[in-house]
Design a protein around this ligand. Structure first.
Ligand SMILES: Cc1cc2nc3c(=O)[nH]c(=O)nc-3n(C[C@H](O)[C@H](O)[C@H](O)COP(=O)(O)OP(=O)(O)OC[C@H]3O[C@@H](n4cnc5c(N)ncnc54)[C@H](O)[C@@H]3O)c2cc1C
Length: 413
């Protein structure tokens, strides 16, 4: 006999985006469940793994209004004060700085595992949110009146009903596939290899984006370890090269990285464990259906070149939380299309702009075709010298473009 559970809202996936939504909605008079397949502190948890994320300034404001920024900050973040963009083998480069924007940082770098620990603590403190974990969803059935999920947790069957199901179950979303929702996809033929590295000199809180003919490299400033500055490396390579790069010993890896990155931080002295992530562009064709909203990586996957994926997902969270809470306060059924359409409308432009911006960067910098190299280098020079252009792009990178949610403006839901 399955255990019957009833909620206003069930979030499938307790990764970065699902856990953020639960935290944002806690305290608003809604009964919430989060169904998550892996324990949040487990080594093999796929969202809270060995990566680090660059959180935009806008994301830090959302997390602050949600009440968890101080825990993230205390657990360890490193400020991004400058972003340096360059094109290997060409003269074009550009710098964006927090000082010019009148803020203390353009963003912050935090380890995914730190985020997992903070969210695990947050779940322990929220008494209106049930974390059902580790749990496997087995089926979803959406009708006019309710959404119903069957799941297994600790050999117990759960029969869960709710007014609204939110799919935050990542790029391979079970819910999206079970509901037969189509996606638009484009394969980059590239894989991101990540590792933490140290160099002779301090990172000085600069985030480097370096475009090379074999794919972009990003180095993000991290917190110190054992007195040494660390950087989080994202090295994008063609799929055909990945096995070779993963197979290099540390010495060879550091030498090859040095050739691509140069000596902006002196000699690279240490490289940690490497992990590989195949990359693609994906966007869901329907982000909502009656009693269903799809958010985060379940709705869109981007190339990590500009560090925008979670930031975009967090803006989904802030918008969805606002329309759900407003609908609930008006006494409306939160699974109704009327409520969800407001969410879709709101997110359309930001999602399209962020996907186009990221995809355009990858494609225009991944070619040696001379006229294109000239255009992009002129673009970088223009970015460095034209204040209006620089301001527009910096605000996009900071997550401040477009209509802002209450959480992003520092206002409670
Ligand atoms: C190399 C790399 C670097 C990146 N760097 C940045 C960056 O600097 N800045 C940035 O903003 N973004 C970055 N991103 C993107 C960011 O990691 C993602 O956007 C983010 O992880 C999306 O979070 P999510 O919760 O939507 O999905 P996920 O992180 O995939 O989490 C999904 C969760 O759902 C759970 N789940 C899956 N299926 C089920 C199921 N059937 N039942 C229950 N639970 C389930 C999983 O266990 C997981 O916990 C990077 C990505 C990569 C690959």
């Amino acid at each position: 006999m399955a255990k019957q559970l009833e909620y206003d809202l069930v979030i499938v996936g307790g990764g970065l985006v699902g856990a953020s939504l639960a935290t944002a909605l806690s305290g608003q008079g809604l009964r919430i469940a989060v169904l998550e397949a892996f324990a949040l502190r487990a080594d093999n948890q796929p969202s809270y793994d060995d990566r680090s994320i660059a959180l935009s300034w806008g994301s830090s404001r959302i997390l602050n209004t949600m009440g968890i920024w101080s825990q993230i900050d205390q657990a360890g973040v490193s400020a991004i004060e400058t972003i340096h963009v360059s094109d290997r083998g060409h003269i074009g480069s550009a710098r964006m700085s927090a000082h010019n924007e009148g803020v203390e940082a353009l963003g912050y770098v935090v380890e995914n595992r730190v985020m997992g620990r903070v969210f695990a603590q947050s779940f322990e403190q929220m008494d209106d949110v049930d974390l059902l974990c580790p749990a496997q969803v087995q089926s979803v059935d959406i009708s006019d009146k309710r959404a119903r999920l069957l799941a297994m947790m600790d050999n117990e069957s759960l029969d869960i009903t709710a007014a609204l199901v939110v799919a935050a179950d990542g790029g391979q979303s079970f819910i999206r596939q079970r509901e037969g929702i189509d996606t638009f996809e484009a394969n980059y033929g590239q894989t991101a290899i990540i590792a933490n590295i140290s160099a002779e000199q301090t990172h000085d809180h600069v985030a480097y984006e370096r475009f090379t003919n074999t794919g972009p490299l990003a180095l993000l400033p991290m917190t110190k370890d054992g007195g040494h500055d660390r950087c989080s490396l994202v090295w994008t390579a063609d799929n055909a090269e990945v096995d070779t790069i993963m197979g290099w010993d540390d010495e060879t890896f550091m030498n090859k990285l040095q050739q691509r990155f140069g000596y902006r931080m002196g000699r690279i002295t240490q490289a940690g464990k490497r992990n590989a992530y195949p990359l693609k562009l994906m966007q869901v064709r329907e982000a909502i259906r009656p009693r269903l909203a799809i958010i985060g990586n379940a709705a869109h996957m981007l190339h990590p070149v500009a560090g925008q994926g979670f930031n975009l997902g967090l803006r989904d969270v802030a918008a969805l939380a606002q329309v759900v809470v407003d609908g609930h306060r008006r006494g409306e059924d939160i699974g109704q299309m009327m409520v969800l359409q407001e969410y879709r409308q709101w997110r359309r432009n930001d999602t399209a702009r962020t996907l186009l911006f990221t995809d355009g960067l990858v494609r225009s910098f991944s070619t040696d075709f001379k006229p294109m190299a000239l255009v992009r280098n002129l673009g970088l020079l223009a970015l460095d010298t034209l204040p209006f252009l620089k301001k527009t792009l910096t605000r996009q990178a900071m997550g401040l473009a477009g209509k802002q949610t209450r959480l992003a403006r520092g206002l409670p839901l």
